[in-house]
Design a protein around this ligand. Structure first.
Ligand code: THG
Length: 269
């Protein structure tokens, strides 16, 4: 299970402030802690102002690379920002994301192909997210036809099946699981990912909803997720689920993590 650390996201108030004030220490700390917690990538989102985005993203990348060498997930739909960013990264990044929207594909896919990046493909067409698993598969088939055509191999594609909140559609999780299984069947080389916290928007006890959703999604084939790597309970859930799914040879990761205190009650601060 590969974790994409979500915390360096300019849509979060505190991060937006750090970007505006060029508070490198705050960003560096988020980078270091997520890397230490085992993130395979750090998602980097510079926020929602297109004119500022290339410059802010570049500052974030340089700040993060000053303290960790974890590869980055460049969370932007803006080709101009992505072009600047792919020149600045030391390790080949994950591009987050493309969809089947023709303009987005035309703007971003050439960058992915030219730099040998991995790419997250959202199961959506423009702004609307298809309701059923069959409709999402149709969109995914369309995107993978395009990535193949551009010379991007399936193993570089991370399909984000999307999880709408259960509070507006109680079938949301089941739709996501069905789509995951269908992707696994039809595109066995492709990876799967999800923005974990979407599933629980508007609900109480979100951390429970997120955690059990993650476990069930892993059984449906999920092999990466955008989440908070600093959340101990989520990390414990991942370790335990991998053990149960037979993905932890000799229970080694589970036992090692246990020795390091991963399942101990949290110590009082
Ligand atoms: N799919 C893909 N990319 C994504 C998403 C997705 N990128 C953005 C988002 N969704 C995932 N990233 C975050 C980053 C931060 C938070 C949630 C998702 C976050 N949320 C707090 C919460 O949920 O309570 C509130 C904000 C805060 O703490 O300030 O932190 O689905 N491909």
């Amino acid at each position: 299970m590969q974790i994409i650390g979500e915390k360096i996201n300019g849509t979060r108030k505190r991060v937006a402030q750090a970007i505006a004030e060029r508070d490198a220490a705050f960003i560096a700390d988020l980078a270091r802690r997520q890397a230490e917690a085992g993130a395979a990538w750090l998602d980097v989102n510079a926020g929602t102002m297109p004119a500022q985005e290339p410059e802010d993203l570049l500052w974030l990348i340089n700040t993060i690379q000053g303290v960790v060498d974890t590869p980055l997930s460049l969370d932007s739909a803006n080709p101009a920002a992505l072009r600047v960013a792919v020149q600045a990264v030391r390790k080949t990044p994950l591009i987050n994301s493309i969809s089947r929207e023709p303009e987005r594909l035309a703007g971003i896919l050439p960058i992915v192909a030219a730099h040998g990046c991995q790419v997250i493909a959202l199961a959506m067409d423009g702004k609307k997210i298809p309701e059923t698993s069959a409709q999402r598969m149709e969109v995914i088939q369309g995107i993978i036809a395009e990535t193949r055509n551009a010379g991007v191999r399936d193993s570089h594609v991370y399909v984000d099946t999307l999880a709408m909140t259960l509070s507006t559609n109680v079938q949301s999780a089941m739709i996501a699981f069905d789509t995951m299984r269908a992707v696994r069947q039809e595109f066995p080389e492709a990876h799967l990912t999800i923005g974990l916290s979407n599933i629980s928007f508007g609900l109480p006890a979100r951390s429970f909803v997120n955690r059990y959703f993650l476990a069930l999604a892993m059984q449906a084939g999920l092999d990466s997720a955008i989440l908070d790597p600093l959340d101990r309970e989520i990390r414990a859930a991942i370790l335990t689920t991998q053990l149960l799914l037979g993905r932890d040879p000799h229970c080694l990761s589970f036992i090692r993590a246990s020795r390091k205190g991963a399942f101990d009650p949290p110590t009082a601060a």
